[in-house]
Design a protein around this ligand. Structure first.
Ligand SMILES: Cc1cc2nc3c(=O)[nH]c(=O)nc-3n(C[C@H](O)[C@H](O)[C@H](O)COP(=O)(O)OP(=O)(O)OC[C@H]3O[C@@H](n4cnc5c(N)ncnc54)[C@H](O)[C@@H]3O)c2cc1C
Length: 395
């Protein structure tokens, strides 16, 4: 495989670079959005997502028949990298774009594709993911939310937790138990649920930093039309695993550009900052950690390219997405631990403080990196999947 960009890809990179320069207002850049209240930030991201949708960038690698541009995954990777360099925020609707959309293309009915895909790809919807429950996280198949068929509707009751952006979501991809009589993996169904339905209460979870990234969702006799089932009744487990595969795999492309920028900032900081009378870059421990992170990020880049190459040859993402998720989560934590080591007390200064390093981004990313080994399936669960499904080890 030739790892260099083709002339057409280089031209595409110039095109997208120019688009960001002309269309991303200064006040919508990530550095500015970070300073806003949570509600204002969400409103800004919605406006930005509509603009991206109008320009056709949200569905860059989606097939044309679903409103996409029919671009390659390599173009998608270039777009994400350039967006990062332009300090562009990501759209608010990551669930619709990254999880539900591709899943509907695989298993949705023609009516569902017509109903949702065009609105997702033009930035008009925000979806949330209603999978986890207080007693069903890693053991997702143990979920208790029930949906009972009554005529043309299912009636759902239950309690979901850790649902990201649910307070701003228009729709939810919900997992509920529709048959309690069969083994737990077999009695689950996935639904598309309108968040305006009577009986839904969203309660934001206040985090230690004062924000509410995620929410509890309570379902009380919520009526869901029967044709909102995604991927067939009692087939929810396999549909959810498919959606999670998309979540684990494609994330890495975006993150790699972010890590590279932070790594370069850290190396530069280590070069120009003196500790105990000499430049930090001369400290063998700092050099070792920088080298480790450099290798981690480079490995991620090459793994992404392999993934793109395989995907373009028609191989669907599968177990390898667990490997990517595991590697990316370890890379992120090691890198931002290094930021803390380098910055010392200064690394604790947050965005908005004059003492903040790199506008507080290392600090932000360090705290965010605590969650990366949990969401989308924990690190332990990824290790189990790799052991069982890639190496064929016993359960
Ligand atoms: C930032 C963030 C965003 C999230 N967003 C969403 C969202 O939008 N929607 C949603 O539905 N959920 C979301 N989640 C929830 C996430 O999916 C769960 O937190 C995750 O699946 C783990 O479940 P749990 O928290 O119940 O932990 P548990 O499952 O209780 O796990 C506790 C610990 O035990 C370990 N463990 C559990 N089982 C095993 C096993 N079989 N083998 C080895 N170790 C094991 C785990 O690795 C972990 O260390 C989010 C979580 C985070 C952190």
């Amino acid at each position: 495989m030739d790892l260099n960009l083709t002339p057409a890809e280089q031209e595409f990179r110039q095109q997208i670079r120019g688009w960001f320069a002309e269309n991303l207002p200064h006040e919508w850049k990530m550095a500015q959005v970070r300073k806003l209240s949570e509600d204002d930030a969400a409103a800004t991201l919605r406006k930005w997502q509509l603009k991206l949708g109008e320009a056709g960038w949200l569905g860059l690698s989606w097939p044309r028949e679903y409103g996409g541009r029919g671009g390659t995954l390599m173009e998608q990777a270039i777009y994400l990298t350039e967006g990062h360099h332009a300090d562009a925020p990501l759209p608010l609707d990551w669930v619709g774009l990254r999880l539900l959309g591709p899943t509907l293309m695989d298993v949705g009915t023609p009516e569902q594709r017509a109903r949702y895909l065009n609105r997702i790809v033009t930035g008009q919807m925000v979806w949330c993911q209603g999978f986890s429950e207080p007693n069903a996280g890693s053991d997702l198949a143990g979920l208790h939310t029930r949906a009972v068929l009554e005529g043309d509707h299912y009636v759902a009751n239950g309690h979901k937790i850790w649902s990201t952006t649910a307070q701003y979501a228009d729709w939810c991809m919900l997992l509920a138990r529709t048959n309690p009589e069969v083994p737990k993996h077999k009695g689950i169904t996935m639904f598309a649920v309108d968040m305006q339905s009577p009986g839904i209460t969203v309660r934001p979870i206040k985090q230690i930093g004062g924000t509410s990234e995620f929410n509890e969702i309570f379902f009380e006799n919520v009526r869901i039309p029967r044709d909102n089932i995604i991927g067939g009744a009692e087939n929810g487990w396999s549909v959810a695993m498919r959606a999670l595969t998309y979540e684990r795999g494609l994330y890495t492309m975006i993150n790699q550009a972010k890590y590279r920028t932070s790594w370069e900032e850290m190396a530069e900081y280590a070069r120009r900052t003196r500790r105990r009378g000499r430049p930090m870059i001369e400290d063998p421990r700092v050099r070792e950690q920088l080298a480790q992170s450099y290798a981690d990020i480079e490995l991620m880049r090459l793994t992404n390219l392999r993934y793109i190459s395989r995907y373009q040859r028609g191989v669907q993402p599968a177990e390898e997405s667990s490997l990517m998720k595991l590697h990316w989560s370890m890379t992120e934590q090691r890198l931002y631990d290094l930021g803390m080591t380098l910055g010392g007390p200064k690394a604790l200064a947050m965005t908005g403080s004059p003492a903040a390093l790199c506008d507080g981004s290392w600090n932000n990313y360090y705290f965010a990196s605590r969650s990366v080994t949990i969401y989308g399936g924990t690190q332990d669960i990824q290790r189990n999947l790799i052991a069982e499904r890639i190496y064929g080890l016993p359960r």
